[in-house]
Ligand binder design. Structure first.
Ligand SMILES: *Cc1c(COP(=O)(O)O)cnc(C)c1O
Length: 378
């Protein structure tokens, strides 16, 4: 069976974990946490980085930092993972959805301005598959209406918008190290903060509402409860594992990109024959090979292809049930009557193929041969 995802291990994880154990300091904000955070600052030009236990946690920290009021509105794509919206809904904001582009799952930035209202507080963009949203357009709207921009960069490590790293453009950003992401530690995340006004408070929210981080730097002589917060920081066990992966970023990315290109080149003919659509990368974006997907003609064809691949020992999956159509959203926001045709097409027709470091080029060829067989039989 070719699995859909196998979490990669570089081989260095055990060594760094051993060092963390030998240091006898396993709670958060230790040596490996600092190394991981500094990696994001140096390599991706992020102003301040805080390691969290998940990307969801990082988004929740962003929501807390924004001081949301119950009537505030936050603009999010409907075609995304639950956390993109949930983090803000938990703070009682109302999420306002935006459709995808016709040719890419990313939100269509030309549809944002029409949903901005006097209650709008923020725009949350998701760089789907690590492919950049058109950030100049988003930041121009943010300037014009005085909004906060948060990049859900869960899938977007080591990817760029023109020459800017994703995660370094919005006021805040959130990365994920869930085992399905390019760089993983089982569960983990990073909050990026690119505006000085949030630096100090972010650290307090991260450390259970205390000014403990400041105390550890020797800037104050005792620490205490100064604000709201939670225990958002990850342990040194997580950080040590993660740092082994960050240390191998270039080789991990090289392998993923080779696999992605192999899929693309193998399937280009099927796309030219208009049997499937292949991923589209806008000129302003790079490809970090987070996902490889194809778009089928309809949901029935997708189900048949998933079954055909499964019969032939290949596990392929689809994802994102549009959030506007979820039980939770419909129950709590029954007034939303708009439809989101592009997002709904991706919901029904997008199929993700296996992509991970231990997958081989030969296995990619095998999967593509099966896909070609499926369309030849149709
Ligand atoms: C994976 C993912 C998340 C959630 O990440 P966790 O680290 O599991 O909390 C959020 N948003 C997007 C777009 C994701 O792909």
């Amino acid at each position: 069976m070719i699995d859909f995802n196998v979490p990669y291990q570089t081989g260095k994880e055990a060594e760094f974990l051993g060092e963390a154990l030998a240091n006898k300091k396993l709670s958060g904000n230790g040596r490996f946490t600092k190394l991981s955070q500094q990696f994001f600052i140096d390599r991706f030009n992020i102003q301040k980085a805080l390691l969290t236990t998940s990307c969801t946690d990082a988004l929740e920290m962003a929501a807390l930092l924004m001081n949301l009021n119950p009537d505030d509105e936050v603009i999010v794509p409907t075609y995304t993972f639950v956390s993109t919206a949930l983090a803000f809904v938990r703070e009682k904001a109302k999420v306002i959805f935006v459709d995808s582009m016709p040719d890419h799952p990313n939100m269509d930035v030309s549809l944002i301005e029409e949903v901005i209202s006097p209650k709008t507080k923020a725009i949350v963009v998701v760089h789907y598959g690590g492919v950049a949203v058109d950030m100049d357009a988003v930041m121009a709207l943010a300037d014009k209406y005085n909004l906060i921009v948060i990049e859900d960069a869960a899938q977007a490590i080591d990817s760029y918008y023109n020459d800017k790293s994703l995660g370094s453009i919005g006021h805040m950003s959130a990365f994920s190290f869930h085992e399905t992401k390019n760089i993983q530690c089982g569960e983990g995340g990073m909050l990026g903060i690119n505006t000085p006004e949030f630096h100090e408070r972010a650290e307090i929210i991260w450390e259970k509402g205390t000014n403990r981080a400041k105390f550890f730097r020797g800037e104050i002589n005792k620490y205490g409860w100064v604000d709201i917060g939670s225990s958002f920081l990850a342990s040194e066990i997580t950080a040590a594992y993660l740092y082994a992966q960050l240390d191998a970023l270039d080789s991990i990315q090289e392998t993923r990109i080779a696999l992605w290109n192999r899929y693309y080149n193998n399937l280009i003919e099927l796309a030219q024959e208009r049997k499937v659509e292949l991923p589209f990368i806008p000129e302003y974006a790079t490809n970090n090979a987070h996902v490889f997907y194809i778009i089928t003609s309809d949901v029935i064809e997708r189900s048949q292809l998933i079954s055909f691949l499964k019969e032939n020992e290949v596990h392929a999956v689809f994802h994102y049930l549009c959030l506007h159509d979820s039980d939770y959203y419909k129950r709590n926001f029954p007034d939303e009557k708009r439809s989101f045709p592009n997002a709904q097409r991706f919901e029904k027709c997008l199929l993700r193929l296996p992509l991970y470091n231990s997958l081989t080029l030969e296995q990619v060829d095998q999967i593509c041969t099966l896909i070609r067989q499926f369309y030849a039989l149709k």
